[in-house]
Design a protein around this ligand. Structure first.
Ligand SMILES: Nc1ncnc2c1ncn2[C@@H]1O[C@H](COP(=O)(O)OP(=O)(O)OP(=O)(O)O)[C@@H](O)[C@H]1O
Length: 337
């Protein structure tokens, strides 16, 4: 049973106007890691309380989780397993004032299935300002770690960046996009931050959130979903265990993957491996409707059908699952409107 629909509250500013986060804000607290180099030092020791959103009771933290749950239920199309897994992780984590380890989730699936969408939804509910919050750190290999020859420097910078920001504010989130494009070996530098150890370099890192996003395992998930469809079974019947082992195998066997031979996988540091399933035609139609509503445009069924029909589907013959998920929906609407 869903909680009463509170999801519009934060979007409308239920947390009040966008007040600057009073706590955890330290000089140099916003900065960018450009080309693997922090543009501002961010290591100021900070003894203040956690950000407002995290400093309340476990009840008020669970209120944030309810908002997320509602948003996922209302806007995320065709991914009940994702909803279930993400909410399980977030609720358990927020409920516990003293978590045993950071929350580490890894999102896998083919393009346009909602990985980035869900991660930004998650941080929007948990952090005022969402992706723009100074406590949310978003890394993209192409932007932040572009040159393989600088990997040692990147490792040092990344470790210092995480350490500095977690020393300043333990309730921070770190998003690693396009893990399949990350240089193998780089990500292992953050291993000490992902485990249950109480203190690393003098700080408790158990309250952080780490999210990895990648296409790795997407083909295997699609294949498993297709097999279910051929067996006349629901795509949601995909077993989490099977999906997890297929994903682990796929990332582990790919020498291009950021997780290749990674201790993060070996040491089982990921708490939730979240498979994003390929979307069907009717899901794409729902994405079109959502997009029209969001853009304030009139929803005309004929046009919804046309946009959904214009997207490529696989397998070639039966055309069951969208090859690009809902990714191109927004850009296509202008052609048909
Ligand atoms: N399951 C979904 N439910 C609702 N909207 C979706 C879903 N999947 C994708 N979308 C829409 O498509 C857009 C692109 O999706 P998103 O960026 O999350 O894809 P992705 O899985 O991260 O893809 P990629 O692997 O290419 O980065 C989203 O901003 C959202 O509007």
């Amino acid at each position: 049973m869903l909680p009463s629909c509170l999801c519009s509250l934060r979007r409308l500013g239920a947390g009040g106007p966008q007040t600057p986060p009073p706590q955890c804000l330290q000089p140099g607290g916003r900065g960018l890691l450009v080309g693997g180099v922090a543009t501002r030092r961010n290591h100021a020791p900070w003894a203040g309380p956690a950000p407002r959103l995290f400093s309340g009771s476990s009840k008020s933290r669970l209120g944030l989780a309810s908002g997320l749950e509602c948003d996922l239920a209302t806007n995320l199309v065709g991914q009940p397993l994702v909803r279930q897994q993400v909410m399980k992780g977030v609720k358990e984590f927020l409920q516990n004032p003293s978590p045993a380890k950071p929350l580490v989730m890894s999102f896998h699936g083919s393009t346009g299935t909602g990985k980035t969408y869900v991660s930004s939804m998650l941080v929007r509910h948990l952090f005022q300002g969402g992706l723009r919050s100074p406590y949310v750190h978003h890394f993209s290999p192409i932007v932040h770690f572009p040159h393989a020859e600088h990997i040692e420097q990147y490792k040092e910078n990344l470790k210092r960046w995480i350490q500095g920001n977690l020393t300043s504010c333990g309730r921070s989130a770190f998003l690693f996009d396009e893990m399949d494009k990350m240089h193998p070996g780089l990500i292992d530098v953050i291993m000490p931050f992902l485990g249950p150890s109480w203190v690393v370099y003098g700080t408790n890192y158990r309250k952080a959130i780490f999210i990895f996003i990648s296409n790795a395992g997407g083909e295997q998930i699609n294949e498993m979903t297709l097999d279910l469809w051929r067996a006349h079974r629901d795509r949601e019947e995909i077993s989490l265990q099977d999906a997890e082992s297929a994903i682990s195998k796929a990332v582990f066997e790919n020498p291009q993957s950021g997780f290749w031979k990674s201790g993060i996988i070996n040491e089982h540091l990921i708490d939730f491996v979240v498979p994003f399933l390929p979307l069907k035609h009717h899901h794409v139609k729902q994405c079109v409707v959502n997009e029209l509503v969001q853009q304030g445009l009139e929803v005309r069924q004929g046009m919804v059908q046309e946009v959904a029909d214009s997207i490529p589907y696989f397998p070639e013959e039966e055309k069951i699952f969208s090859s690009t998920g809902c990714k191109t929906v927004a850009s296509r609407i202008s052609f048909f409107f």
